[in-house]
Write a protein that binds this ligand. Structure first.
Ligand code: NAD
Length: 261
């Protein structure tokens, strides 16, 4: 198989909302086969409408990242349909904002499972196939919070720092097999996850919701604008490219200058 004759297949977790949906739109426009995933009730309809609009082949899986068996089934179904899965975008994520002393233990476990452990599991389930075909692109959607901390986000910051660590190990182990692995570290992107946070942050900081955006969120960024999803999508597309193999093991900030300070 030459690179030109292959229609690449990308599996994007959490691709029926927010950043994942933005990434899916970019890959769809570039004619990739897409395995959509997400828990949105309208997930199947979202996936089919993007596929129709862009004339691409697709699969939608409602696999829940809390359950490893469902993730394995999603991979098996994808391999059965397309024969190969070439790019994995570990994007599904959840957040909870609370001081450590009040942080619910079940929320800690859930955040670690969805934001970190599920990424390891999917990488593991796809590894053999990527190794055999000597092509794999793994893109982990970490966060500026994979590089820096903010108060009241203990589980999220721990999970995202862990995800960057895992990214580096996968880069080392994948290098001999043309599998690259990189993390993208966005600043604030206005998605349903961030809308929820505005409410929670207002409670934790004891300030009105309107002030959370300027005083807490964008205060960290030099560019006082939310990061566009298209920017994250186009960076993911670049990292997924045929020639991006030597670009590996990185954690790339897309954060409006947050990390420049
Ligand atoms: P979002 O809430 O819009 O989307 C999250 C997606 O993950 C949804 O499709 C949801 O169904 C899916 N998901 C959640 N729990 C799941 C589970 N148990 N099983 C399967 N799917 C599940 O959020 P978003 O802002 O688009 O976040 C996407 C990723 O980007 C997350 O990893 C998040 O941490 C990261 N991120 C977001 C921002 C931001 O400002 N929005 C910044 C940095 C990083």
């Amino acid at each position: 198989m030459t690179a030109k004759s292959i229609t690449r297949t990308v599996l994007i977790t959490g691709s029926t909302s927010g950043i994942g949906l933005g990434i899916a739109n970019v890959f769809a426009k570039n004619k990739y086969n897409i395995i959509f995933n997400g828990l949105e009730a309208e997930g199947s309809a979202i996936a089919s409408s993007i596929a129709k609009e862009n004339s691409i082949d697709y699969l939608y899986s409602p696999a829940n990242a809390m359950r490893s068996a469902e993730l394995k089934t999603m991979v098996d179904e994808g391999l059965a349909k397309f024969g190969h899965i070439d790019i994995l975008v570990n994007n599904a994520g959840v957040q909870h904002v609370a001081p450590i002393e009040d942080f619910p233990e079940n929320k800690w476990a859930q955040i670690l499972q969805i934001n970190l452990t599920a990424s390891y599991l999917l990488t593991k389930y796809l590894w053999k196939q990527m190794k055999q075909q000597k092509f794999g692109r793994i893109i982990n959607i970490a966060s500026a919070h994979g590089l820096f901390a903010s108060e009241y986000k203990s589980a999220y910051v721990a999970a995202k720092h862990g995800l960057i660590g895992f990214t580096k190990v996968a880069a080392l182990e994948g290098a001999a097999f043309n599998i690259n692995c990189n993390a993208i570290c966005p600043g604030y992107v206005r998605t349903p996850l961030v809308e929820l946070q505005i409410r929670d942050q207002a409670k934790s900081h004891g300030i009105p919701e309107g002030e959370v955006i300027t005083r807490v969120m964008l205060q960290k960024q030099a560019v006082k604008e939310f990061v566009p999803v298209e920017l994250v999508g186009n960076l993911a597309l670049f990292l997924a490219g045929e020639k991006a193999g030597t670009l590996t093991g990185t954690a790339i900030p897309v954060d409006g200058g947050w990390s420049a300070q």
